[in-house]
Design a protein around this ligand. Structure first.
Ligand SMILES: *[C@@H]1O[C@H](CO)[C@@H](O)[C@H](O)[C@H]1NC(C)=O
Length: 366
C-alpha cells in the first residue's frame, strides 16, 4: 500500500509539493501550521541530522525514534499527525555540524479551529488586545485562498488563518512561538478556517483516464451506523471535494445546520468524511478524482461488530477494510512491465552465460 502511494506520488508530484515547507539554505524560517495535518520540512542533505528543541528553552535533542517523525532519504523531515506539543525549533545540520536550515514551527491546535463561511454571513474572529506583561495585539494572519475545489461549476474554496501576536513596533509572531510555553487562557488564541463560494474556469484539459484509488465499503452495521472514509493525499492545505452519488457536498450545507447524511471533518479540511448510509462516495483533490468508495453487499470477513472504534483506530480499521482493491491500472501495468523486463533480463543472462560485460551494459541501457 505504501509502495503504491509512493508510486502514485511519483506520478503526481504536484500533489506532494504543497505541504513541503521550504526555507533557503542556512536560513531560519518561522511558520505557523495546524496540528494533525502531515507536513514535510525540507532539508536537501541526505546525511542530515535533525535536532529539535521545544519552546521551553530546553536543549535541542537529536530526533531519532520519535514515532510520528521520519527522516526521508533526501534529508527532509516528515511529520505525521504533528501535535501542538511539537511546536518549536527544528534544526537541520550536515555531517560537519554546520547548519543547513532551521525552522521555527508553531503547530497550532486544530481542535479549537474556528470555522466560518462567508456565504452564511459568519464572521471571523476580531482583533483583540491582551495584556501579557505589556499590551499585545492578537490577530489572524490569513494564508492565500486555496484553489476552488471544482471547476466549470460552482464550488468552494478555503483559507487558513493563523493566530499571531504583535507587540508595538515589533514583528508579529505565531502565537505559541511568541508565548514560549507560557500559559494564557484567552479564547482568542485560535486558528481559523474560512470558506467561501467560488466559480473557477477549467484551465486544464480534464484527463479521463487518470489513475485513482478504488475502495470497497461494507454494509454499515445495524448497531453502529457510521464509519469514516479517508481521501488519499488529501490535506487541510489542499482543495478537497466529496461527492455522494455524484452530488457534491458543501461546507455551506454542513455549516448551515442542515440534517446531514455525511459529515466533513473540519480539523483536516474534509480529508475525512463520516458516513451513515451506503452510497457511492468520490473524493477529489485539487479537482482531480482521487478515490472512489463503492458499497459492497457482503463482507468478505464478518467483522461488523467492531465499528464503534473512534479516532485513529478507525482510520487504521478503514485502511484494513478498504484495502485498495484495484489501484491504478496504469501503475499496475508499469509494475508488470517492470517485472517483465526484469525477468526478460534474467532470462537473457541465463541463456547467454558467456556473454561479455559489454552486452550486459547494452541491456541496462535499454
Ligand atoms: C488587525 O490587526 C492586523 C495586524 O496589526 C491588521 O493588519 C489588521 O488590519 C487589523 N484588523 C482590523 C479589523 O483592525
Amino acid at each position: 500500500m505504501l509502495a503504491l502511494l509512493w508510486l502514485l506520488s511519483l506520478s503526481l508530484p504536484s500533489l506532494w509539493a504543497e505541504i513541503l515547507i521550504r526555507c533557503s539554505y542556512k536560513s531560519l524560517c518561522q511558520q505557523a501550521l495546524v496540528s494533525g495535518n502531515d507536513v514535510v520540512l525540507q532539508c536537501d542533505y541526505p546525511q542530515a541530522l535533525w535536532y529539535f528543541s521545544p519552546i521551553l528553552g530546553e536543549d535541542p535533542f537529536l530526533i531519532s525514534a520519535v514515532p510520528n517523525i521520519k527522516k526521508l532519504p533526501g534529508g527532509s523531515l516528515q511529520l505525521t499527525n504533528p501535535q501542538p506539543s511539537q511546536t518549536g525549533l527544528y534544526h537541520c545540520q550536515d555531517s560537519d555540524n554546520a547548519l543547513v536550515v532551521e525552522y521555527e514551527i508553531d503547530f497550532q491546535d486544530v481542535s479549537t479551529l474556528h470555522i466560518t463561511h462567508k456565504g452564511l454571513g459568519q464572521k471571523p474572529l476580531q482583533n483583540e488586545t491582551l495584556s501579557l506583561g505589556g499590551r499585545v495585539l492578537v490577530f489572524t494572519h490569513w494564508e492565500p485562498w486555496q484553489d476552488c475545489n471544482r471547476c466549470g461549476e460552482p464550488g468552494e474554496r478555503k483559507r487558513l488563518g493563523y493566530c499571531y501576536i504583535e507587540e508595538p513596533q515589533e514583528k508579529a509572531m505565531p502565537c505559541w512561538l511568541y508565548l514560549r510555553g507560557e500559559k494564557t487562557h484567552s479564547s482568542r488564541l485560535r486558528t481559523e478556517l474560512q470558506v467561501e463560494a467560488c466559480l473557477a474556469p477549467c484551465d486544464h484539459v480534464k484527463e479521463t483516464n487518470q489513475p485513482y484509488f478504488i475502495f470497497d465499503i461494507y454494509p454499515l452495521g445495524k448497531l453502529t451506523n457510521n464509519m469514516w472514509l479517508t481521501c488519499p493525499l488529501a490535506s487541510i492545505y489542499r482543495p478537497i471535494l466529496w461527492e455522494v452519488n455524484d452530488i457534491p457536498l458543501t461546507w455551506q450545507g454542513q455549516l448551515s445546520n442542515q440534517v446531514l447524511s455525511s459529515i466533513l471533518e473540519p480539523t483536516n479540511g474534509g480529508r475525512q468524511l463520516q458516513i451513515f448510509q451506503p452510497a457511492i462516495y468520490k473524493c477529489f483533490v485539487k479537482q482531480e478524482l482521487m478515490a472512489r468508495f463503492n458499497p459492497r453487499p457482503f463482507p468478505d470477513v464478518p467483522e461488523t461488530l467492531q465499528q464503534e472504534e473512534t479516532g485513529p483506530q478507525l482510520e487504521s480499521r478503514e485502511a484494513r477494510k478498504g484495502k485498495a482493491r484495484s489501484v491504478l491500472k496504469g501503475l499496475k501495468l508499469m509494475l508488470l512491465v517492470g517485472i517483465f523486463l526484469g525477468l526478460l533480463g534474467l532470462l537473457l543472462k541465463l541463456c547467454h552465460p558467456s556473454q561479455h560485460k559489454r552486452s550486459d551494459q547494452v541491456l541496462l541501457v535499454k
